[in-house]
Design a protein around this ligand. Structure first.
Ligand code: FES
Length: 112
């Protein structure tokens, strides 16, 4: 499927076939396997940046990969704040880079 994906594990052997699911990320056609989290599918497609930090603009992606840090927030079918590491891919899902959260204060008290 993609060069970023392990198909034949050195210890586990060949991994079983799974159904491929097509979806989009920022308008780009990508795919994952049935039951696979969005973040894992995107990583296998070579996409590591899932959003940008609200204040610094630095790229953010998978950090904890267990749903605690919220660094992997993306927008799914128009709904923001979805954790890509926990949410399985679904057919024709429209995923976009995470929208910035409202930040009423910045350093120095300047509003956004
Ligand atoms: S990577 Fe930490 S919540 Fe998803």
């Amino acid at each position: 499927m993609s060069p970023g994906r392990i198909e034949d594990h050195p210890v586990l052997g060949p991994l079983r076939e799974r159904r491929s699911i097509a979806f989009t990320f920022d308008g780009q056609d990508v795919s994952g396997y049935e039951g696979e989290p969005i973040a894992a599918a995107l990583l296998a497609c070579g996409i590591r940046t899932l959003r940008y930090h609200e204040e610094t603009g630095t790229p953010r992606g998978i950090y904890c990969n267990i749903g605690h840090c919220f660094e992997c927030r993306v927008t799914v079918n128009g709904v923001g704040g979805v954790r890509a590491c926990l949410t399985p891919v679904q057919a024709e899902m429209n995923v976009e880079r995470g929208l910035p959260l409202p930040s009423p204060l910045k350093k120095g008290g300047e509003p956004l």
